[in-house]
Ligand binder design. Structure first.
Ligand SMILES: *Cc1c(COP(=O)(O)O)cnc(C)c1O
Length: 398
């Protein structure tokens, strides 16, 4: 009998009791809107922003309706206009080109390396085309952030970090989201904290933070924030910045506060699972793991491996055989977008030049979610199944 994995790849853990209790308190008083406070009361949303800013060492933090909203708001606050070009990763997910499209701008894609990070050589050749890079730390992989910042600073390109997969991660000890001008995060169910939907942006830039607060729909109530610039920063921009509502509400903030406080513990639990999967997938002929550099503090909420230069049918065969044994793998080489997985050439609203290096990687990259509901033994079993099926297909092909 072949072993079959019985767990669910999409089941997250329940909301912690502290979050449930806080959410019930908000429901009982009924003041869900972030600016609906009684005299002297500080909203859950304002407290959440203060706590998240402190956790990454940022001056300012704004909580918003989604990660995609955070990114589009930042692009708007940076003055990106319809028709402007914005640099971004060819290997990422749909909310990234979507945020660029939301402001009428046009993505210029940068190739991906075998380390699954942005190709800095290719980036260097394209920097003169844009004022902004929307850098996606796709699947949690961080590039050499010091080199990237040096390149972008020299070219006068502002860096916006998409940290949807790197909340809690760091490069040389500096939290992801703190190298660029702004860091954007997602609190969607499949990310590192879960309020269903939600997002953050963090920055030290006073003007940018003030514009983002106004854009998010603060009306003239920005003084009720704890992690926003002082009121002088709003003096002029409050007349010229449109209200494009995308606020966080107190119910979601109440659910998130205990999760932000607990993030480090959760990251360690993800990494324990990642380590077991990685160990179980070592030295499989034909399969390359993505080696993680010493400078990187990872959060192993997903794992990727490459079946590099395999024929498409063989990769498809591996995915199907693993699926038959309960192991859900995602493949970026499929021609048609499936569920959450799509690729740069499926985003027809943002057409791209040919990306040969990226095409080669996408044809071989296999991705797997690692929810915290998996036990360490589950991870061992999943690795055994992948190992066996990759081995069987590889042997057949040889
Ligand atoms: C999830 C995600 C986002 C943000 O998504 P929202 O659903 O808008 O919160 C941004 N970038 C990537 C790569 C993502 O996977």
């Amino acid at each position: 009998m072949q072993e079959v994995f019985k767990g669910s790849f999409t089941q997250q853990e329940p909301i912690p009791d502290a979050g449930i209790d806080a959410a019930l308190a908000v429901l009982r008083h009924g003041r869900l809107h972030r600016y609906n406070t009684t005299a002297g009361e500080i909203s859950e949303t304002a407290l959440l922003e203060q706590e998240f800013a402190a956790s990454v060492g940022a001056r300012y933090c704004l909580a918003v309706a989604s990660g995609g909203y955070a990114m589009a708001t930042v692009l708007r606050a940076l003055g990106v206009k319809p028709g402007d070009k914005v640099l971004s990763n060819a290997f990422t997910l749909a909310p990234v080109p979507g945020a660029i499209a939301a402001v009428g701008a046009v993505p210029v894609y940068v190739e991906v390396t075998e380390s699954l990070t942005i190709d800095l050589e290719d980036l260097a050749t394209k920097l003169s085309q844009a004022r902004v890079l929307l850098l996606s730390h796709m699947r949690g992989h961080l590039c050499d952030m010091e080199r990237l910042m040096a390149l972008c600073d020299d070219a006068g390109v502002r860096v916006v970090e998409d940290c949807a997969h790197t909340m809690g991660a760091a490069w040389k000890g500096v939290p992801s989201g703190r190298y660029g001008a702004v860091g954007c995060y997602s609190c969607q169910t499949y990310k590192h904290v879960n309020s269903g939907e939600g997002g953050f942006l963090v920055t030290d830039d006073t003007d940018l933070a003030a514009r983002a607060v106004m854009l998010s729909g603060s009306y003239m109530l920005y003084e009720r924030h704890l992690a926003a610039p002082p009121k002088e920063a709003f003096e002029h921009i409050r007349y010229e910045t449109p209200n494009i509502s995308g606020r966080m509400d107190n119910l979601r903030a109440a659910i998130l506060r205990p999760q932000v406080a607990d993030l480090e513990t959760q990251c360690a639990r993800w990494n324990a699972r990642y380590a077991r999967l990685e160990a179980g997938l070592r030295d499989v002929p034909g399969l390359s793991l993505v080696e993680r550099p010493d400078e990187e503090t990872i959060v192993g909420s997903s794992i990727q491996f490459l079946l590099l230069d395999w024929p498409a049918e063989a990769v498809r065969d591996v995915i199907a055989r693993c699926a038959a044994r309960g192991v859900e793998l995602k493949w970026f080489g499929a021609r048609e977008p499936v569920a959450f997985t799509s690729r740069y050439d499926s985003w027809r609203y943002a057409p791209s030049a040919a990306m040969p290096a990226t095409d080669r990687i996408l044809a071989g990259v296999v991705d797997m979610r690692v929810p915290l509901t998996f036990s360490l033994e589950d991870c061992d079993q999943i690795a055994r199944i992948i190992r066996a099926e990759v081995g069987a297909v590889f042997q057949k092909a040889a």
